[in-house]
Design a protein around this ligand. Structure first.
Ligand code: CAA
Length: 694
């Protein structure tokens, strides 16, 4: 047995088997050391007369999650991934790969270039590059189309969807399912190759059946998507070259890949990928979390039901509390319905559903929460109601229980002060529907202790949520920023734009729905109640637009009443509500406003500049830890277009100096609303960026 070692790749010869062992924790990303190591190892084992078959396998949790994302945007170092893949495919001795954990992106491309593939049960395989604004750039589009039928290949390449090992075997992506530890499977694979029991072949020498109709259908599908995401379109184009000889097709694919590498979409999508992970870095993250195996959720409305569902799905035992047995039973039934729909969508097995349901109970007696680890209060947004509940919880709950409030605007310090244990109180602001939306704002009050914050974080991880730490302020990170920039939409409407134009301009920019359509969906009565609550503290200089109030006075609250800004009939299309158009005209006339519509570009500019301004203040005041936390809030809670990477990532694209200039221009009309935040001014003066502060 010979043995040579590099840090990330080592070789081992066992009998006639030459093993290439990848060891680059946590996910064997194919950074420079791994790429160099694989090429060196191939050359070494090909030169070893004892070796008859070579097998690559990984240590740790996966064979490989693909190219090292942290190297993107930097000068590429040789060997490149296509060179590694080429070295595998052209190896004189047969090379097999053992797949375990995940085989993604470049990691799967390494496997595709091997001469045989054995996957462990449960391995997930996929080419997620499009989700990062890229396409497989190391022959993935060329080899996948040679191994599986074109329709399946196009689907995997353009969706980034993962398939499990069983499915991969069925479609021809792998040759065998292996059992045991990767190393044992690797040794067996080498032996099987030598004995002729595992067939090897050169993928690049197979022919791809290219059906132009399939390509055209895929192209058309992605052409229609708004805003046009370029990566899937280019990926289809790359696949269309698969009928050419492998070297030629791979070269064309690489050119398209490098083109995408330079695109702003790629930067934004990778920023979004990083944002999800960056938010886990809390100052309190090192504290030992308290237990969070059992929970009480107070309030059986949409929010409470969603929160309870999310907790059950995470394996937490839940008691849902309501004011009467009947209401508690209704809430329980709503949770059951959510779980049934998870089963229907293939997210949960029937057996798992039954297990989860067995750990759900409903009650109208608060003392039933005496023994739970965590309580989340999700009742009506009223400080008096909430403080009363917390006073009771203080008496009932066991020492050490974490007491969470799902308030979306109220001061968590005031709620904490209602108890004798403010250190255990934390804001847990979920987003509706709470079992679907990934964002959780963890609102840290003055006295919240580190272990309570760490518990919230641990619970969020269990629920697969993106937890973002927020300080206390009106609306925390997300709703505070929203409350500010949302006014711009009303100003644009009052000053002369139609609400359809505002919605459409922002939808073309990338938002799934414009602000007026969102208002209709969320219920216009919610904003109305907030405006009434804030009326006494509204500064006299603030421009106030009364249009939405007039709409609500008619009882038109949006979708749920069949009409709001739009009319909602049987068809899915939205029709502008002519009565609202009339209200708008009346309000303009009564205020003596001469309507002046601005361009789509200016709509977007005003809206985004307002959003960035308040986001900048939220960072400056330390409400958000870093700009990337604000980005995460908007990406995972507010449907912000992922390819733009979040409002402050987008701000860096526009540039601080340009943003300041825009604010100064708009301030000529409304100096109260448009004020340059000092952090933005500082960045403009120093030619700095929000990215520098992450
Ligand atoms: N490159 C660099 N780092 C990576 C990485 C990659 N491809 N994939 C994951 N990581 C890092 C994560 O950033 C994270 O780092 P921190 O602990 O410092 O936060 C760590 O590995 C663990 O990742 P997760 O927290 O996400 O762990 P998980 O178990 O929840 O998920 C995973 C693991 C499924 C692999 C997930 O990380 C993932 O989907 N990764 C991205 C996979 C991907 O998109 N690959 C394609 C890359 S592009 C490519 O390969 C194209 C090409 O040809 C050049």
């Amino acid at each position: 047995m010979s043995h040579s070692e590099t840090q990330a790749v080592r070789t081992e010869v066992v009998g006639k088997a030459g093993l290439i062992i990848l060891n680059n924790p946590p996910v064997n990303a194919l950074g420079l050391k791994l790429r160099e190591g694989i090429v060196d190892a191939l050359s070494e084992l090909n030169g070893d007369a004892n070796v008859e078959a070579i097998v690559i396998y990984g240590e740790g949790k996966a064979i490989s999650a693909g190219a090292d994302i942290t190297e993107f945007g930097k000068t590429p170092k040789l060997p490149t991934l296509p060179e590694v893949v080429n070295a595998i495919e052209t190896s004189e001795k047969p090379v097999a790969t053992v797949l375990h954990g995940v085989a993604l992106g470049g990691g799967l491309e390494v496997c595709l270039a091997s001469h045989a593939r054995v996957a462990l049960k449960g391995t997930l395989l996929g080419l997620p590059e499009v989700t990062l604004g890229l396409l497989p750039g190391a022959g993935g589009t060329q080899r996948l189309t040679r191994l599986v039928d074109l329709e399946t290949a196009i689907d995997l390449i353009t969706s980034g969807r993962k398939v499990d090992a069983a499915k991969a075997l069925e479609i021809g992506l792998v040759d065998q399912i292996g059992q045991g530890a990767p190393r044992d499977v690797a040794l067996k694979a080498a032996n099987d190759i030598i004995e002729g029991d595992l067939k090897t072949r050169v993928t690049g020498e197979l022919t791809a059946e290219i059906d132009v109709d399939v390509l055209a259908a895929a192209q058309e599908k992605y052409d229609r998507k708004r805003p046009k995401l370029i990566a899937p379109i280019k990926a289809v184009e790359a696949a269309s070259h698969a009928a050419k000889p492998i070297q030629e097709g791979a070269k064309l694919e690489r050119e398209l890949f490098l083109e995408l590498m330079e695109s702003p979409d790629r930067q934004g999508l990778i920023h979004a990928f990083s944002a999800e992970r960056a938010t886990r870095q809390f100052p309190e993250a090192g504290a030992q979390p308290r237990a969070c195996d059992t929970a009480g959720v107070i309030g059986g409305g949409t929010m409470g039901v969603g929160i309870a569902t999310a907790m059950l799905l995470a394996g937490i035992t839940v008691t849902i509390l309501e004011t009467s047995t009947e209401r508690a039973d209704n809430a329980k039934a709503a949770i059951e319905k959510n779980l049934a729909s998870a089963v229907k969508r293939g997210k949960l097995s029937e057996k798992a559903r039954d297990e989860r349901l067995a750990s759900l109970s409903a009650s109208a007696d608060l003392t039933d929460l005496s023994d739970v680890d965590v309580v989340v209060e999700a009742v009506f947004e009223d400080l008096a109601v909430k403080t009363e509940i917390f006073q009771k919880l203080d008496k009932i709950c066991k020492p050490g229980a974490v007491l969470g409030t799902n308030t979306s605007y109220l001061d968590v310090n005031d709620i904490a002060a209602a108890t004798s244990r403010p250190e255990s109180v934390v804001g847990l602001h979920f987003f509706s529907p709470a079992h679907i939306m990934r964002l959780l704002e963890v609102v840290v009050a003055d006295k919240t202790t580190d272990d309570v914050v760490a518990t919230a974080l641990a619970m969020a991880a269990r629920m697969k949520k993106v937890a973002v730490r927020s300080g206390v302020c009106d609306g925390f990170i997300g709703n505070r920023i929203l409350a500010h920039y949302r006014k711009v939409a009303d100003y644009l409407l009052l000053d002369g734009n139609s609400f359809e134009q505002v919605d459409k301009a922002l939808e073309d920019f990338g938002f799934a729905m414009g602000p007026f359509a969102v208002g209709d969906l969320a219920g216009l009565d919610i904003g109305w109640a907030t405006r009434k609550r804030k009326a006494p503290t509204r500064p006299a200089e603030e421009r106030y637009v009364t249009i939405a109030d007039h709409i609500c006075e008619n009882g038109w609250f949006g979708r749920k009443t069949g009409r709001g800004y739009y009319l909602y009939g049987d068809s899915k299309s939205r029709e502008p509500n002519p009565d609202v158009v009339e209200i708008v005209e009346q309000v303009r006339a009564s205020e003596g406003i001469e309507p002046r519509a601005v361009s789509d570009e200016e709509i977007v500019s005003r809206y985004m500049t307002a959003m960035i301004s308040e986001a900048s203040r939220v960072v400056e005041e330390g409400i958000a830890l870093r700009p990337i936390d604000v980005d995460a809030v908007f990406l995972f809670g507010y449907g912000f277009p992922r390819h733009l990477g979040g409002p402050l990532n987008y701000a860096d694209r526009v540039g601080a100096a340009q943003l300041v200039a825009q604010i100064e221009t708009y301030a000529k009309e409304d100096p109260h609303y448009w004020q340059v935040p000092s952090l933005l001014q500082k960045l403009a003066d120093s030619n700095g960026s929000f990215a520098d502060l992450n």
